[in-house]
Design a protein around this ligand. Structure first.
Ligand code: SAH
Length: 197
């Protein structure tokens, strides 16, 4: 991972602001960390890789599914024009809104809801990133992608996935080979059923 824009964006966002205070000393270790509600902030390497694979340009409108801590959204906000981030858990959405506004990421909007249904209000998106793992790519997300737009989604079972990249072309979609990854479950209408967790 060596894209200079992505590196600069990551350098500008202190990860410790996005993890609970008790974990500040491990904020820069290269693994995921708990952020409350049984959810995690992704491993820095994965955030870097996803940021690079999304190929964000300064005019881009980006959709993230799974705001979590807000860390990935903060990095995207440095690279894109507008970022919309959907989180299903109200307490996490609230927490992320507060840190993002405290850190002046004013081009990020956090929406509470089921991101597997996408966010038609602001579509189409130049880039869509799903940061939770589902059984398949939610179809509406593909439909909400602009021509030339990139989508990243971890697809697999609840414990292990492959990070799939899709690019929308003039006449369809192109799938690029993914890498193995582990994300928390994508829970929703086009994801895993809510098992009360
Ligand atoms: N991008 C985050 C990683 C968060 S972990 C970060 O930088 O910290 C994944 C998040 O996806 C969790 O907060 C989880 O609650 C959320 N999530 C799971 N299913 C979702 C859905 N259908 N819609 C929106 N958010 C969802």
């Amino acid at each position: 991972v060596k894209d200079p824009h992505g590196l600069a964006a990551r350098a500008a966002v202190p990860r410790h602001d996005f993890v609970p205070e008790a974990l500040h000393s491990s904020a820069y270790d290269d693994h995921p960390l708990p952020i409350g509600s049984g959810q995690t902030i992704s491993q820095p390497y994965i955030v870097a890789l996803m940021t690079e694979l999304l190929e964000i340009g300064p005019e881009d409108r980006v959709l993230e599914i799974g705001t979590g801590s807000g860390y990935q959204a903060a990095i995207l906000s440095h690279l894109a024009a507008e970022v919309y981030s959907v989180e299903r858990r109200p307490e996490l959405a609230e927490q992320a809104r507060s840190v993002l506004s405290r850190r002046h990421h004013h081009n990020v909007q956090v929406i509470c809801g089921d991101g597997t249904l996408g966010l038609p209000e602001h579509a189409p998106y130049d880039a869509i990133v799903v940061t939770a793992g589902g059984p398949k790519i939610p179809h509406v997300l593909l439909e909400q992608l602009a021509i030339g737009g990139r989508l990243l989604c971890p697809v697999g079972d609840r414990h292990a996935q492959r990070l799939i990249k899709m690019v929308r072309t003039e006449d369809g979609y192109r799938e690029l080979p993914g890498i193995d990854c582990v994300f928390v479950p994508l829970v929703g209408e086009e994801g895993w059923p809510d098992a009360g967790v």
